[in-house]
Design a protein around this ligand. Structure first.
Ligand SMILES: [Fe+2]
Length: 180
């Protein structure tokens, strides 16, 4: 279950109903998959062969196709980040710039944890969405955001794309944003 932290006030929002209501108020799609479906040998595994990535996609094929049908996604894949990822620090630094895309950015967390930092409505400001396995989040198109890992610095996630070529990050210069 995701948790929200509103950066301006440090307020935390917890629990299905509250988190769901907050995110839908910010036009962020939030859903959940049954993480217990993941085969035991893939649980907590952060270095994956191509076969293991395919196994994750086939485990959640129904859920993926349901999202694709509703939202127009054409392709999907599995990404992993961990200490085994070459240049993890450099990569994370690159991620930590506020940016936008013309497509939504949707991630289904399979293992590990991650945070999306999203620019909310004017009354809310930036908020963190702390994600755990089973959480699905879609950051709306043209919404300033960035992604980073949490303390364990590990994640496995499914990404879905409407069009891979059209998915480019545009830097969003925001002097009011303070990294925390
Ligand atoms: Fe992004």
């Amino acid at each position: 279950m995701a948790e929200i932290r509103i950066r301006n006030t440090n307020e935390r929002i917890q629990g299905d109903v509250n988190v769901g209501a907050f995110l839908s108020g910010q036009s962020v799609i939030y859903e959940q998959w049954d993480i217990s479906k993941l085969p035991a040998h893939l649980q907590g595994k952060f270095v994956l062969s191509d076969e293991e990535k395919s196994e994750i996609l086939s485990t959640y094929d129904t859920e993926i196709r349901d999202l694709a049908l509703r939202r127009g996604y054409q392709t999907w894949d599995v990404i992993t980040l961990s200490e085994a990822t070459p240049n993890l620090d450099e990569l994370l630094k690159k991620f930590e710039d506020v940016h936008t895309h013309t497509e939504d950015e949707i991630r289904a967390i399979i293992a590990g944890r991650g945070i999306f930092i999203i620019k909310g409505s004017d009354d809310v400001g930036y908020f963190d969405v702390e994600l755990e396995p089973g959480d699905i989040i879609s950051v709306p198109e043209n919404t300033p955001h960035f992604f980073t890992l949490m303390d364990n610095r590990k994640i496995v996630a499914v990404r879905l794309f409407v069009e891979t070529n059209g998915w480019v990050a545009y830097p969003f210069a925001d002097p009011t944003f303070q990294k925390a």
